[in-house]
Design a protein around this ligand. Structure first.
Ligand SMILES: [Zn+2]
Ligand SMILES: [Zn+2]
Length: 339
């Protein structure tokens, strides 16, 4: 089985925090946080259609300029989600430049910020010199027990968030594939059907929840021949697809270790395939971590264990431990594995 999401840290564990998630087969990516991100390169940054920001401390937001720069002449709509104040932060960044020659550019920034009861939204269009255009807000509906709310619902996946205490709100995110569709290439071959973009369309219809009797026209390319064939969704699904559990990736940064944050993080990360969790401090310095509203490596490992995640990646190490990255990793791993 090839997973649909492939994720990487934007920088090494001592660098600015951030995770880049490529959605396979779709030439689309998601980005969590906007620290320094030049290392991703323009091609990968351009694929990011949706960006989820934990909070706008400088190490989580300074990469906004790089994204803006690469998207300016080529991008269409770029969505940014994040904490209260994000709209102002974006506006402030935009006001730092002169925009008299961009009115032919297609870029629109769609910025959405989370308030206790609503998600406020403002558009900034290059064609309008990035003047803010306020949009109607939508209700933010948190689950009463976990505080978790839906940020983005795509047919294929959902991104949800929870607000953590970092002395300011810091949002942790969970990315969940609805379910995973495996296509059996051997069976396709036996049925004389070529692979191709029609499989992507078929998956899209399945994710959309189209009924079994739904018909669609597939364009099939075999060698140099092109053929259009009408297919019935239920039949191809039955013959060539296996549906399995979807992938889940969780991103947690900048939060104090306290009962409320712990409960929220564990609920959000429950059963994740992969948890990216900050661990700036060693547990020996947990008082320091607490006063700075950050986690220790041990706390990250213990929460990952309680949430029964499959894999844990720790990062956002404090520069005070330069050269001791392995100690932070070991402490997190020991707590995670219970060794
Ligand atoms: Zn930080
Ligand atoms: Zn911070």
């Amino acid at each position: 089985m090839t997973p649909s999401f492939s994720s990487v840290l934007v920088n090494d564990a001592f660098g600015d925090p951030g995770v880049y998630v490529e959605i396979r087969w779709s030439k689309r990516a998601l980005l969590f946080d906007l620290g320094h991100n030049d290392g991703l390169g323009a091609r990968r940054l351009l694929r990011a259609t949706d960006i989820f920001i934990s909070h706008t401390h400088v190490d989580h937001f300074i990469g906004f300029d790089t994204v803006l720069r690469v998207a300016l002449g080529r991008g269409k709509t770029l969505r940014l989600f994040g904490p209260p104040g994000l709209i102002n932060n974006v506006q402030g960044k935009l006001q730092g430049y002169t925009w008299n020659l961009v009115d032919g550019y297609p870029l629109t920034l769609d910025v959405q910020e989370f308030h206790p009861q609503e998600i406020r939204r403002t558009l900034f269009r290059a064609t309008d010199w990035f003047r803010p255009e306020e949009q109607p807000s939508r209700p933010l509906l948190p689950e009463p027990t976990t505080g978790r709310f839906t940020v983005l619902a795509d047919p294929m996946f959902t991104v949800s968030a929870v607000s953590l205490n970092h002395r300011i709100p810091s949002f942790a995110y969970s990315l969940e594939e609805q379910f995973h569709i495996n296509v059996n290439k051997q069976k396709l071959h036996e049925a004389n059907l070529p692979v191709g973009s029609w499989l992507k369309e078929m998956k899209h219809y399945i994710w959309q929840g189209q009924p079994d009797e739904f018909r669609f026209t597939a364009t099939l390319y075999d060698e140099h021949r092109r053929e259009e064939r009408e297919l019935i969704l239920g039949e191809v699904k039955e013959q060539f697809c296996t549906i399995t559990r979807g992938q889940k990736i969780v991103y947690v940064v900048d939060a104090r270790f306290d009962d409320e944050n712990e409960a929220k993080i564990i609920a959000l990360a429950r059963g994740a395939d992969l948890l990216y969790c900050e661990s700036p401090y060693l547990d020996a310095d947990k008082e320091n971590a607490r006063t700075r509203y950050h986690l220790t490596a041990r706390q990250a490992g213990l929460m990952a264990r309680k949430a029964q995640v499959r894999n844990l990646v720790v990062f956002h190490f404090s520069p005070r431990y330069t050269g001791q990255g392995e100690a932070l990793e070991r402490e997190a791993r020991d707590a995670f594995l219970g060794t």
